[in-house]
Design a binder for this molecule. Structure first.
Ligand code: XIL
Length: 512
């Protein structure tokens, strides 16, 4: 799918990759070289609030060096997406295999991260032999499994999702080999076995669609209250938080978390992602940002909410597209590992204030406006008019900024001439060139890149109109009607399909 890039909010704090721009700005202001301090990670921001910020991960992804670099640096906690599940750890009765899970706990140890064990008892990813057992053998098989696995990971995991997804949507207990054999008592039995095997681990029940007030969370609430009354070892409730922009934000999430906390339990957001119908667009990404922000705010508002785990941090390794056909783009980073608006929203919710300070302001709060200066989309020239606007609160150093207008070259020469026809900045300060896309996309195999030789843009200021023009060196005709960035609008409007970059990093627009 398309790489979804950033449309930064005006409150948006800077991103790691924007430090180049911040550095240049600092240099300008101070009149000499200045070192920009490294930006806090999500986990550091969360830790400053007494929380962790973690990510799910899985063994196949660990061969991706760019992925592991971020996984090991930005996050303070890991959850194995699959490698500690029953079908992996005990595929045949009594034959245990912890190799994959050990890779995850080793990675975490090397990077100073904690690990949530996921999961000991679940109806899914359960090897067939468990379901084939005579009912009288199920409890022993279950407690044997828990004992072996929780003992193996003693000291390496800080918390266990002991039972995963015990409820149906209406709050009745879900049918599983465990429920069929033991009724709901299997849950207490599982918790006791886990506590005996690892008395130090925090023990959780984990489910989805229990984030807000409703029948399913009421059922979880009644269950955990009863378990606590009976003295069953239970430390917390995990709310998976697999959200979707089309289904709305969970009703009263903060209040729901608080009622569990009021029972004396910890609460954790264990599998956060926010999916959407593809293709993603700026509006859906904005809704997604708001959901990520609201989850973060809810956790920070409830003292017993211990942390947030995203169900992997990048769209590149999301479980969503294969599980929910037609949906995706659910994660904080896009499939090119670039941060999305939701990443910034989480940082802001976690209290990131760097950008008024050591990072030299918010150099990325920019947008571009566009109008077509061309009433004949089939002729031999393309004539975009652009305005760059600083929507932030600090000046932006223009030499750090580039703008990309994407188009198709159509038939004819693949070399180009480019011109600036007019700009209140003076065309001498405006640079322009055409570059080819490495991998052509719909409506785009080239882009016009516009830059600036000098100057800065004050908060709220616009460059004013920059009239640009390009043609092929053989003056053959274009068909602009299918060009990615082209519209027929002849008055200026915000242009989400034109990209703005600061220090080479996207800050506005959706790439083709
Ligand atoms: C998912 C994994 O991410 C996928 O790779 C796997 O194919 C299916 O399971 N709730 C859970 C997780 O508790 O274990 C699930 O993980 C996602 C839903």
């Amino acid at each position: 799918m398309n790489l979804v890039k950033l449309c930064r909010q005006s409150r948006a704090p800077g991103l790691p990759a924007l430090l180049a721009g911040a550095l240049a700005l600092a240099t300008t202001l101070a009149g000499g070289p200045a070192a920009a301090a490294p930006q806090d990670t999500l986990h550091e921001l969360a830790a400053a609030q007494g929380r962790y910020f973690g990510s799910a991960t899985d063994n196949p992804e660990l061969s991706d060096a760019a992925y592991t670099a971020r996984l090991g640096s930005e996050f303070g906690q890991l959850t194995p997406g699959n490698s500690m599940k029953w079908d992996t750890t005990e595929p045949a009765r009594g034959r245990f295999d912890f190799a994959k899970g050990d890779v995850i706990t080793d990675f975490a140890r090397q990077h100073g991260q904690t690990v949530r064990g996921h999961t000991l008892v679940w109806h899914s990813q359960l090897p067939g032999w468990v379901g084939s057992l005579p009912p009288a053998q199920v409890e022993t098989a279950m407690t044997d499994h828990i004992t072996a696995e929780a003992t193996h990971y003693r000291g390496a995991v800080t918390a266990w999702d002991v039972v995963n997804e015990p409820f149906n949507e209406d709050g009745t207990f879900r049918t599983s080999p465990f429920y069929t054999a033991l009724g709901s008592d299997y849950i207490a039995s599982a918790l006791r076995a886990a506590h005996a095997a690892d008395p130090d681990a925090r023990l959780y029940l984990n489910d989805y669609n229990i984030e807000g007030l409703g029948a399913k969370s009421d059922a979880m609430y009644a269950l955990v209250r009863d378990l606590l009354d009976e003295g069953v070892p239970l430390d917390g409730v995990g709310m998976q938080a697999h959200l979707a922009v089309q289904y709305g934000f969970p009703y009263e999430m903060r209040a729901n978390m608080q009622r569990f906390a009021d029972l004396g339990l910890d609460v954790a957001v264990t599998e956060l992602d926010v999916r959407m119908q593809l293709p993603a667009d700026a509006a859906k990404l904005a809704t997604q940002s708001s959901y990520y922000r609201q989850v973060t705010e809810a956790c920070l508002a409830v003292e017993r909410c211990v942390g947030i785990t995203v169900w992997d941090y990048t769209d590149k390794y999301s479980w969503v597209p294969s599980t929910f056909p037609g949906e995706g783009a659910a994660n904080l980073y896009d499939d090119g590992l670039l941060p999305k608006p939701a990443y910034t929203a989480v940082r802001t919710a976690l209290g990131d204030e760097d950008d008024g300070g050591e990072n030299g302001g918010d150099p990325g709060a920019l947008k571009v406006r566009y109008r077509s200066g061309d009433s004949s989309p089939g002729d031999n020239q393309i004539k975009p008019g652009l305005q760059l606007v600083n929507t932030g609160t600090t000046p932006v150093s223009l030499p750090d900024v580039t703008v990309r207008y994407w188009f198709t070259g159509d038939n004819g020469a693949s070399t180009y001439g480019t011109w600036c026809d007019w700009s209140p900045l003076g065309c001498a300060t405006v640079t322009h060139r055409v570059a080819a896309l490495g991998s052509p996309a719909a409506g785009a195999d080239h882009y016009l890149e516009v830059g600036f030789g000098s100057g800065s843009l004050a908060p709220g200021a616009s460059t004013g109109e920059i009239q640009l023009r390009l043609s092929k060196t053989d003056w053959s005709d274009f068909d602009e009607s299918d060009d990615y960035s082209h519209t027929t609008g002849t008055s200026y409007a915000d242009a989400p399909k034109i990209g703005v970059y600061v220090g080479g990093e996207p800050v506005w627009g959706i790439e083709p």
